[in-house]
Write a protein that binds this ligand. Structure first.
Ligand SMILES: Nc1nc2c(c(=O)[nH]1)N[C@H]1C(S)=C(S)[C@@H](COP(=O)(O)O)O[C@H]1N2
Ligand SMILES: [Mo]
Length: 213
């Protein structure tokens, strides 16, 4: 399927679900597997059909917006920051979940401390090398399981899964985690990302099946 048709099909699906009155549940499930999800042991690849190739020598991550210290990190600089590992579950809105993903990289809080966001920074807008974007309230990015991941299962993150670096936010549907991340902008007002403007939920809580806006 072409990129345009894939995007159109996903957007139409969200609109159809909305028209049917499918909305988030009032009460969150307390199960490990969120409602409506199927467990997978593989690792499906989901993106816009473009997996940009970014040589590490040319890779940069720009951190800007409402911050005291706007920063552009090179790959070498990124790798001098403290490295962490975290095991978490992964939930895609297209109904599959994967348990126990072992991610390695830099904690979001490390980046936060590096650029010193101003008090007015309340939202984060992520942009990617494939033209993707997504947005998350800053408070949700400060959980200790939120990572800028550069490794999976102890090996460098592959391009198909968003390498050189991607964002992981385990408590939200996986579209909130930008693969091939290029920029992190701290904002004082919310700005909707790629799927958020195409009918997908802005809040994206898997345990209330908060799939569509
Ligand atoms: N840059 C970028 N990031 C993205 C996407 C994308 O199309 N482009 N798709 C999102 C969606 S819908 C999901 S489910 C996950 C998929 O990650 P995976 O391919 O490693 O399974 O990446 C998210 N991040
Ligand atoms: Mo997804």
């Amino acid at each position: 399927m072409s990129k345009e048709r894939y995007i159109e099909a996903k957007q139409k699906w969200a609109e159809k679900q909305k028209a049917r009155g499918v909305t988030a549940r009032a009460t969150a499930s307390t199960e490990r597997l969120p409602p409506g999800q199927k467990l997978t042991t593989g690792f499906p690849v989901l993106d816009l059909g473009v997996q940009p190739e970014i040589p590490l020598a040319q890779w940069t991550l720009t951190l800007d917006g409402e911050v005291g210290k706007p920063t552009v990190l090179s790959w070498a600089q990124l790798n001098t920051l403290p490295q962490v590992e975290d095991v978490s579950d992964f939930h895609c809105v297209t109904d599959w979940s994967k348990f126990d993903c072992r991610w390695g990289g830099v904690a979001f809080t490390t980046l936060y401390e590096l650029v010193q966001p101003k008090p007015e920074a309340k939202f984060v807008y992520f942009t990617s090398y494939d033209g993707y974007a997504t947005n998350v309230p800053l408070a949700q990015c400060l959980d200790d399981d939120v990572l800028l991941a550069t490794a999976f299962d102890g090996a460098p993150l592959t391009r198909e899964h968003g390498g050189p670096a991607r964002i992981i936010i385990p408590k939200l549907y996986a579209w909130k985690g930008a693969k091939f991340v290029q920029g992190i902008t701290f904002l004082n007002a919310d700005k909707l990302g790629f799927w958020e403007v195409r009918g997908y939920s802005n809040t994206a809580n898997p345990w209330t099946e908060d799939r569509y806006a």
